[in-house]
Design a protein around this ligand. Structure first.
Ligand code: HEM
Length: 492
């Protein structure tokens, strides 16, 4: 096992910069989401054009910032086992900010509102609603953001190979397929290796289709097969957003053991589940294409079966691991540990509607309804974002003895109630066949929208408390190395 490197100058500040950016962008995107829901509820009247501009920004912004928050968690803990480059960490953030600038310009100035999925050939067929320049700025912005993440993942790959010799070792193959000598890499290294494999492939595919679409925008004779374009976009988008939770779950693997004083070891079952998911996560995206009859049948069947299989391994191993870690540990709960524990529930609960929707028969009726935003808002709000806020609480906590106040406890419960109510309002509307991505809703649908909007207000209020608390505490934070000792597994 590799000896942990001494932390490089600027590492902690870099992670904090990622988190501060995440807190700000998350809040802004939540407000955009609230405005969209309020539009559907007829509480405000923005008009369709603004609704779709906000939807484009909300989708792209939330997926991008989930990537930034997840990367901060992965980078922070992985840097305790292998030597990552602080310069690349900053370069990714700089490229992210530059890309966001282009995307904001494309949408707010250029009026682009073709959705974060930029489905070919929509960006170049605006019917005069936006210019080619606006579409190009959006695609270029996404390309710049993707390039930043590609650099970061390449550096992670370099550091893992330097520290562990190969990806096979970092994924625990000697222990998985040979004799288990009890010296498997720590969960953080296994998870980071998996994320790096899948994200590198996804980012290259994403960058390729973005570059192809940029060329097509100015040279329409350069035609792209729309089916290929759709498959490439969905492959990239699905793997990338899935990878954000696989990065963020490292916070659970690293922080819960420090609270419970029990180590989280990567045993054979753990290694098997992460290795299986490394493959499966790349083959489930066709469950978004089940309604595309023109796609090869084998791909759709593959999406259906692998979608079922991939729901289980990592989730069960992590959920079960967290329960056994906490059970009778005498853990002193605070907002950070509560949010991390909540994320186990959110991830599991959010996977269930996807499991149901991944069934071809159900998918024909449910896929274009609010059932789907119901699924991904459950696992993103109560899973991924809960992990990100949990990490913020942890990293900014001045000392292990610092107690949370009434505002933190109230914000936690408001966040739980708000997210549950908000997601259930989407899911119930989906069950009632309310279409997704409609700016204007039929009068019969409006009651669900109003309930959803009320819960969204609770989420925004809670997130505001989390963000303010994080920023206010930063001045006194000393980082986990100083407070909690060596990372687990590093001394072995
Ligand atoms: C206060 C919290 C939030 C609110 C009020 C909110 C609201 C919304 C609304 C109203 C939609 C459009 C639904 C439709 O009619 O199809 C939407 C879509 C979406 N949301 Fe959220 N959301 C929130 C949090 C999040 C978070 C935390 C994420 C991810 C980390 C996220 C990612 C997305 C994505 C990817 C879409 C799909 C956009 C599209 O269909 O192109 N949202 N959200």
């Amino acid at each position: 096992m590799a000896t942990p490197p001494p932390p490089e100058r600027g590492a902690h500040a870099g992670v904090v910069a990622y988190l501060a950016t995440s807190a700000g962008v998350l809040l802004l995107m939540m407000v955009f989401g609230l405005l969209m829901r309020a539009e559907q509820a007829r509480f405000v009247s923005l008009g369709a054009q603004w609704f779709y501009q906000l939807m484009t920004l909300h989708g792209a912004g939330m997926v991008g910032i989930a990537g930034i928050a997840g990367a901060a968690i992965m980078w922070h803990f992985l840097n305790q086992y292998v030597a990552l480059s602080v310069r690349i960490l900053y370069a990714n953030l700089a490229l992210f900010v530059a890309g966001v600038g282009l995307v904001l310009g494309a949408v707010l100035v250029g009026g682009f509102h073709g959705g974060w999925t930029f489905l070919y050939p929509l960006p170049s067929h605006s019917l005069g609603l936006w210019s080619d320049g606006a579409a190009a700025a959006f695609l270029a912005g996404m390309l710049v953001i993707g390039t930043g993440f590609l650099l970061l993942q390449l550096d992670v790959a370099r550091a893992i190979v330097a520290g562990y010799g190969s990806f096979a070792r970092a994924l625990g193959w000697p222990q998985l397929f040979g004799r288990d000598d009890g010296r498997a890499p720590p969960p953080t290294v296994v998870a980071s290796a998996m994320v790096t494999v899948v994200n590198l492939i996804a980012l290259v595919v994403g960058a390729s289709i973005l570059a192809m679409m940029l060329v097509n925008l100015y040279f329409p004779e350069f035609r792209i097969d729309p089916m290929l374009a759709k498959a490439m976009i969905y492959f990239f988008g699905h793997v990338f957003i899935n990878a954000t939770i696989y990065m963020a779950v490292i916070a659970v693997y690293e922080i819960l053991p420090r609270y419970t004083r029990r180590p989280w070891k990567a045993n054979r079952v753990f290694l098997a589940s992460w290795n299986c998911s490394t493959l499966m996560v790349m083959f489930i995206f066709p469950h978004h294409l089940l309604m595309d009859f023109a796609f090869p049948k084998w791909m759709l069947v593959m999406g259906h079966i692998i979608g079922y299989l991939n729901t289980v391994p990592i989730l069960v191993v992590t959920g079960y691991g967290a329960l056994t870690l906490v059970y009778r540990s005498g853990i002193a709960w605070d907002t950070g540990s509560r949010l991390l524990f909540l994320s186990m529930f959110g991830w599991a609960a959010g996977a269930m509607p996807a499991f149901i929707d991944g069934t071809i028969r159900v998918n024909y009726v449910m896929h274009n309804t609010l059932w789907v935003p119901g699924h991904f808002h459950t696992y993103l709000l109560l899973g991924m974002v809960a992990m990100a806020f949990g990490f913020m609480y942890y990293i900014a906590k001045p000392s292990a003895k610092t107690a949370d106040g009434l505002a933190d406890r109230a914000a936690f419960w408001a966040y739980v109630a708000g997210s549950l109510g908000f997601a259930l309002a989407f899911l119930y509307a989906g069950k009632e066949s309310v279409a997704r991505r409609y700016a204007e809703h039929l009068p019969e649908w409006v009651p669900y929208d109003r309930i959803g909007t009320a819960f969204a207000v609770l989420i925004v209020a809670a997130a505001l408390v989390f963000a303010v608390r994080f920023l206010a505490r930063l001045a006194h934070a000393r980082g986990d190395q100083a407070r909690a000792g060596a990372p687990q597994g590093a001394a072995a």
